[in-house]
Design a protein around this ligand. Sequence first.
Ligand code: ZN
Length: 149
Amino acid sequence: MNAILPFNCPTCHAQHHASVYQAEHHGLRWGFGFHCAQCSDAFEFDDVGVPDEPYRHVLLEQDGTWLLEPSSGAKSFSVHTWIRLRHALALDLTTLARLKALPHRVRIKGTAVEMNWLAQQCSEPVSIRQGGESELHDAFDFATLFSSR
Ligand SMILES: [Zn+2]
């Protein structure tokens, strides 16, 4: 997944566009690329994990916010999935207990790439779709869960 954002060249200050990408390849990766058409200054940056907030925001804005939830219609995940999610995200027990005790259906929100990676960690079928306002309000943000690692 790629998104484009306005970016000022650090060398000549001309405004151009930079691109940010997120991908799943042996884990989550993201990167940033810029090439100035005016002065030819360029740089690229790649990292693992979840994009820094301003760049993740651009991805969510341009590709939408996606929701992952149990596809069985159940309110929560199976015990096996919770164990796997605890390991994949290194969730502490307080967060895990909060997620398991939600009064509504458990939903996690993030980019499509993040939700696909998360689906691979689950030991049951899950559904991934774009969410409505109220569903997104109730959903846990993947970046918050992921950054507790
Ligand atoms: Zn420049």
